[in-house]
Ligand binder design. Structure first.
Ligand code: ADP
Length: 479
């Protein structure tokens, strides 16, 4: 494994999770062991204490009944019976001087503790101590207690079996712990790898995408866990990006197409005039046509800019109190002549007044686009009805026509920039009017919806919320 790979492995989440897992496991096991070890040790000490106190009681009773000589004999016999390497008895004067004992050949290194005797004399209560003898592994538990007013009994008991048990316990613990830590690290590594494998899949997909393949998606395991949520969200984000990119591509194709036509026309006019034109009048006609085409181009570019600025909320809205019914009536009046010229009846209805806070110029533009479309896409003999109404929550403007209608396939796309339905291509237009209308409705906190069917007429409904809190932020600032 190269150094770089080792360093990067140490930085991985899986490695750190494994370390944490193994670390927590080790620390908790050690705490459990220490608790258990302390409990066992104190249990053994208690048991030994009880045994030593039992010896003292028996010897005290014997001393009281039969005197010191019987105690001396009993000490020898008792130690012999229990095993001279297990127990010893020593009779001491108050100054700590031994005057009798059991067989002490094995215990000759056991000292008589002055401190313990002083403590016994002070508290007049049995005193325990535990000592280790140099060169031997086991410990000795010793008890000092009064046998009579001036006689002290020192009883000692080897704790060899207990020490052996504790040593075995320690040995088993260390071996088991070593194996368990290795196992815990293995299990931790496996679990951590499993947990982060989903994240790795997301990373791999992201890498492939940055390499240029936007079709890639993260596999979703359907476990319903956080990783699946991440994968789903990531895939949704990719779907959205892909849709946006497709839209941007279509839009730039449309822009290129729509810009190319007027530029080609301008170039054609200029070329024809240059090659064939002789008179001043012909040059004036060329200049006029060029200005006309340039105005069209500028109009298109300005509309695009206005849509972008309105959608992003940076268009300078100038909000004021307006009468929405009045605004709708004015728009109808403006288009009356166009409608009459085309043989389409245009009517307008609504209450006397509806108060609304909004940008009057923008709202005029929105209404113009909708009414213009309705007349444009309604054949002679048809009708267009513009209605305005209000309820507690919102004002509603609807523009209904009996025109060519929109197919179900086109309906979801008509608000996209530059989108035009096939059946309306013979009409003038660039496919930006509805995008702008919707951007204006939205910046006022509302929206536009369309209902239509092919050859069944169309209804465009604008909803504008009354509540100042729900209108667009730019308008709210000034309302
Ligand atoms: P355009 O300049 O082409 O009218 P719009 O953005 O205003 O652009 O409209 C987009 C497309 O939606 C139109 O090209 C047309 O196909 C369709 N459309 C809009 N309004 C209507 C309507 N009232 N009736 C039928 N089709 C409509």
């Amino acid at each position: 494994m190269s150094l770089r790979k080792r360093v990067s492995l140490r930085n991985t989440l899986a490695f750190r999770l494994t370390l944490w897992y193994a670390g927590i496991f080790t620390v908790s096991s050690c705490i459990a062991f220490l608790l258990f070890y302390t409990l066992i040790t104190s249990f053994f000490h208690d048991r030994t204490n009880q045994e030593l106190l039992g010896q003292v009681n028996r010897f005290s009773t014997l001393f009281a009944a039969e005197g010191i000589e019987s105690v001396k004999n009993a000490a020898v016999i008792e130690a012999q019976a229990a095993g001279v390497k297990k127990v010893f008895f020593r009779l001491l004067a108050l100054n700590g001087q031994a005057f009798s004992s059991s067989n002490m050949s094995y215990w000759k290194d056991i000292p008589i503790s002055e401190t313990a005797i002083k403590e016994l004399l002070r508290v007049n209560h049995p005193v325990f101590e535990t000592i280790s003898i140099q060169g031997r592994s086991e410990e000795v538990r010793i008890l000092y207690a009064f046998l009579g007013p001036a006689i002290i009994l020192q009883v000692g008991q080897a704790m060899e079996s207990y020490s052996r048990f504790l040593d075995a316990f320690k040995g088993i613990f260390i071996t088991t712990m070593t194996l368990l830590i290795v196992l815990a690290a293995g299990v931790g590594w496996f679990m951590a790898r499993r947990a982060v494998s989903g994240v790795e899949a997301v990373t791999r997909t992201a890498q492939k995408i940055s390499g240029g393949t936007l079709e890639e998606r993260v596999p979703v395991k359907a476990r319903g866990d956080e990783i699946d949520q991440l994968a789903l969200t990531f895939n949704q984000m990719l779907d959205r990006i892909q849709t946006l990119l497709t839209e941007i591509k279509e839009m730039s194709d449309n822009i290129a197409h729509d810009l190319r036509s007027p530029i080609t026309r301008i170039r054609g006019i200029a070329e024809v005039t240059l090659t064939t034109g002789r008179s001043l009048g012909e040059y004036e006609t060329m200049a006029a046509s060029t200005i006309e085409e340039c105005d069209r181009l500028l109009g298109m570019i300005n509309t695009m800019l206005m849509i972008s600025r309105t959608e992003s909320g940076i268009a300078p809205l100038s909000c004021e109190e307006i009468d929405l019914t009045g605004l709708v009536r004015e728009a109808c009046d403006l288009f009356q002549i166009t409608a009459e010229d085309k043989g389409v009846s245009l009517s307008c209805n609504g209450p006397d007044q509806i108060h609304f806070a909004g940008d009057i110029r923008m709202l005029q533009r929105m209404l113009s686009n909708l009414i213009d479309n309705a007349i444009k896409y309604t054949p002679t003999g048809g009708s267009v009805t513009v209605s305005v109404s209000e309820n507690d929550a919102q004002d509603v403007v609807s523009v209904k026509d009996t025109g060519i209608g929109i197919s179900p396939g086109d309906l979801p796309r008509i608000f996209e920039r530059f989108y035009r339905c096939d059946q309306s291509r013979d009409q003038a237009g660039i496919g930006l009017g509805l995008s702008l209308a919707r951007a204006i409705a939205r910046v006022h906190g509302g929206d536009i919806t369309a209902k239509s069917g092919l050859n069944q007429g169309s209804t465009f409904t604008v909803t504008l919320p009354k509540d100042a809190k729900r209108i667009g932020p730019a308008c709210r600032r000034q309302a």
